[in-house]
Design a protein around this ligand. Structure first.
Ligand code: ADP
Length: 205
């Protein structure tokens, strides 16, 4: 299954992607995590990305598109993956379309986590306070305001983009984490499949 998780910063994309990875084996590909790893490693990409990320802006498209193109061509991505934090604007979405088309692959679904801005600020303050080793460089009020602005201006148009393609599924990201997971499984038809598999195994009808 090839999936995109779409939603504002703090919507829970990372948490839900991890759960789907653990449960179904689709690997989580988070451009934010990859870029943070590049920053930590001090690579050329990391050096280019560090200050941009810290202020809450988007890293240039050619960098993230390059990272994703490289990553999805690796063998472990063949079974499927969950894109978390990519694409973040229409040009990135178009680049992804071209990449998939070139590989003869298609996207199964785009799951949008709908969350109000008011809750996001609260969630990110909690996350900043709870992060072991200190908060992320961009989990502060100023950078968050910028990330939200960037989300609304550049990423939110992807909702219409994928709606137009018929792949968009929306879930209520303000419910508790387990309920959000259930809703995602439901819109992807995973809960039924798993149920059927269990029924076959146990012989129950
Ligand atoms: P969040 O969803 O909480 O904002 P992420 O970990 O997804 O956090 O991203 C952190 C930062 O990494 C972004 O603010 C941006 O600077 C950079 N980044 C991540 N993904 C992309 C992307 N697809 N395009 C450009 N920049 C990105």
């Amino acid at each position: 299954m090839r999936l995109i998780l779409l939603g504002p910063p703090g919507a829970g994309k990372g948490t839900q992607a991890k759960r789907l990875e653990d449960k179904y084996g689709f690997i989580q590909l988070s451009t934010g995590d990859m870029l943070r790893a590049a920053v930590a490693a001090g690579s050329d990409i990391g050096k280019q990305a560090e200050t941009i990320m810290a202020r809450g802006d988007l890293v240039p498209n050619e960098i993230v598109v390059g990272i994703i193109a490289e990553r999805i061509s690796q063998p472990d991505a063949a079974k499927g993956y969950i894109l978390d934090g990519f694409p973040r604007n229409v040009p990135q979405a178009e680049a992804l379309d071209a990449m998939l088309e070139g590989r003869g692959a298609k996207l199964d679904a785009v799951v949008e986590l709908e969350v109000d801005d008011g809750i996001l600020l609260q969630r990110i303050e909690t996350r900043a306070a709870e992060t072991v080793g200190g908060p992320r460089a961009d989990d502060n009020a100023e950078a968050l305001a910028k990330r939200l602005k960037v989300y609304h201006e550049q990423t939110a148009p992807l909702v219409a983009y994928y709606k137009g393609k018929g792949t968009l599924r929306s879930v209520d990201g303000m419910k508790d984490m387990d309920e959000v997971t259930r809703q995602i499984e439901a819109v992807l038809g995973l809960s039924n499949k798993k149920g059927n598999w269990l029924k076959r195994l146990t012989g129950k009808k």
